[in-house]
Ligand binder design. Structure first.
Ligand code: URA
Length: 193
């Protein structure tokens, strides 16, 4: 798919998200946060849900977790220009609680459509909610920091950058990602379309 088509497709999804009332999170949002980044990226990052600053700005990972994410990306030799970033749910859950099953279900099709447009070679799941929604993983403890191959695509699961508790492990996950990307440089190569 050409860049213009991808941009148009992503914009269409973002418009549909902006008017979505598929679950009760729509009652308390300031903005929807559909996603942001390079439409040609070969790497897609999927977080959990927007936080307060994301809800205010309409952009993913702009708050504290976002600043830390930038550092983690740098560990893996990446910048935001290399990736497309979105979340499992596109509206902020009250008090940043975990999204409920029905909220994730109401948003699932948006994520599916975004993946179909971007066709990432590698999906990085940040945190348990994302790993569970995307890969059905229930516990990160044995799954984080590893490259997983499934259905013709690579996945990498890491602890969520907001999990202060796991900071050392999160940085180690991104060091491992850096090694994997060095072994498989095609994963970060964007197709010229
Ligand atoms: N945490 C997430 O999972 N996503 C964001 O966009 C911000 C914080």
């Amino acid at each position: 798919m050409k860049q213009a088509e991808r941009t148009a497709g992503l914009t269409k999804i973002a418009r549909t998200v902006a008017s979505c009332t598929g679950c009760t999170l729509s009652n308390c949002r300031t903005s929807t946060v559909a996603g942001d980044g390079n439409p040609l990226a070969s790497i897609m990052i999927i977080g959990e849900a927007p936080g307060r600053q994301e809800d205010e700005s309409g952009l993913p990972f702009v708050g504290m977790a976002g600043k830390y994410l930038d550092k983690l990306l740098a560990i893996a030799g990446l910048t935001r220009a290399d990736v497309f970033i979105t979340n499992v749910v596109k509206c902020r859950p009250p008090d940043n609680r975990k999204p409920e099953r029905e909220e994730m279900a109401a948003c699932a099709d948006f994520l599916k459509q975004q993946i179909a447009i971007i066709q990432p070679k590698l999906i990085i799941c940040l945190g348990g909610t994302s790993a569970n929604a995307v890969l059905g993983i229930k516990q990160l403890v044995n799954e984080h920091g590893k490259l997983i191959q499934r259905d013709g695509r690579y996945y990498f699961v890491a602890y969520h950058p907001a999990a202060r508790f796991h900071r050392k492990m999160i940085a180690e996950d991104f060091e491992k990602l850096s090694l994997e990307l060095a072994k498989l440089p095609e994963l970060r190569r964007m197709d010229i379309v």
